[in-house]
Design a protein around this ligand. Structure first.
Ligand SMILES: Nc1ncnc2c1ncn2[C@@H]1O[C@H](COP(=O)(O)OP(=O)(O)OP(=O)(O)O)[C@@H](O)[C@H]1O
Ligand SMILES: [Mg+2]
Length: 366
């Protein structure tokens, strides 16, 4: 961390800890650097410390230890009106006594924009969230989803360099939510805005972000681009939290040439990629994505270990088939296959053999 302050990070958390009560750390040793223009999402279960991190970055809470820097300067030394941060709070926080237009005008007035420029920016921001006709209403006269869209418009109206968003789409229906996801990412990239986004919706995190920080219990479990996070989870928590995942439990027998031989609890042996297991005798959870499991013998690689499986349930989902199997004592082993003309529809009760590439089968912490 010797060169921490002369790198070109735009936002930087260095060894940040936070405790509200002086006892429990809700954020533990957080290190994070964002270059300008990055879209970073904090993803994690309820209570894992996401909002706390945003509040510290916005300057509403102070770190108990460590430092947060914006463009190289400690955040606490920058007066709030010079921070250039747009923020969407988890609970909207619109000014109730002001109309919608006045809510949007406020950040512009603070920044000394003239009347005609304000009107033009307000119109553009309201149109973006499809709320152009609502400028004269007060927040209480809007639905939750509409208030959320206004909160979003207010955060973006002054084209800030940094935008912090805490679950900004939680109250929207699926269709509007997907449209707004698209709008937000495009707008951010077009204007070069740096975004720190908080959600507990993993699909949203994967589709919107340049990188995702997976939080659990005040610690970043993994920080990576979406494809890496999904395809190469570094531990069991991340594997379970991101996407659907099959787990088989067992013990590491040997590790040779980058392949771990794992004996599953029912006695079967399989080859895996050792991710965070290091030696024979260690217990492990083996993780395999449903779409990486193959049951068509022609498509299986020679030499791969095969496991016997019993088909429990076949679910037709339109674009894909989802089949539940019993494998090595696990009755919830799911495989997904594309609905192609030559795809087999497995019948419940059928006995099959399944396999996969050792690289797709990851031996993680138990
Ligand atoms: N003002 C506060 N005073 C005391 N404890 C707090 C305060 N704000 C949050 N906490 C605690 O800190 C922990 C982290 O809370 P935080 O709001 O950061 O979680 P989160 O990841 O945003 O969760 P959610 O997804 O539910 O919004 C929780 O255990 C919470 O109870
Ligand atoms: Mg929160």
């Amino acid at each position: 961390m010797a060169d921490a302050s002369n790198n070109n990070a735009f936002v930087e958390f260095e060894r940040v800890q936070k405790s509200y009560d002086g006892e429990v750390l809700v954020v533990k040793d957080l290190n994070l650097q964002l270059p300008k223009g990055e879209f970073l999402t904090m993803l994690g279960p309820s209570g894992s410390g996401k909002t706390t991190c945003l509040m510290m970055l916005a300057g509403f809470e102070t770190a108990t230890h460590g430092e947060i820097r914006l463009d190289g300067r400690p955040i606490n030394n920058i007066p709030p009106h010079k921070r250039g941060i747009g923020m969407v709070f988890q609970n909207y926080a619109l000014f109730p006594h002001m109309t919608i237009a006045e809510n949007l005008s406020f950040p512009l007035e603070v920044r000394k924009f003239g009347k005609s420029e304000r009107e033009e920016k307000i119109k553009r921001a309201l149109d973006m969230v499809e709320m152009g006709a609502f400028g004269g209403r007060r927040p209480a006269q809007l639905s939750g989803g509409q208030q959320q869209r206004i909160a979003l418009a207010r955060a973006l109206v002054f084209e800030p360099e940094l935008v912090l968003m805490d679950e900004p789409l939680g109250a929207l229906d699926k269709q509007l939510r997907e449209k707004m996801q698209f709008e937000i990412t495009h707008l951010a990239h077009r204007l070069g805005i740096t975004v720190v986004y908080v959600t507990h919706d993993q699909t949203e995190a994967l589709t919107m972000s340049d990188r995702v920080a997976v939080f659990n219990d005040g610690v970043i479990q993994q920080l990576a681009p979406p494809d890496e996070l999904y395809e190469a989870p570094q531990n069991s928590f991340v594997a379970q939290f991101i996407g659907e995942n099959n787990t088989l439990e067992g013990v590491v027998k040997e590790i040779n040439n980058g392949i771990a031989l794992v004996q599953l609890d029912d006695g079967e042996l399989i080859d895996c990629k050792p991710v965070n297991v290091t030696k024979p005798g260690e217990r492990t959870r083996v993780s395999i994505r449903p779409e990486r499991v193959e049951f068509n013998k022609d498509r299986l690689q020679g030499g791969a270990h095969l496991l016997k499986a019993t088909v429990k349930e076949f679910i037709y989902m339109g674009d894909i088939f989802r089949t539940r199997l019993s494998v090595a004592g696990n009755d919830d082993f799911v495989i997904k296959s594309r609905n192609a003309p030559d795809q087999v529809r497995l019948e419940p009760g059928a006995q099959i053999e399944i396999g996969w590439l050792p690289d797709d089968c990851r031996a993680l912490d138990a």
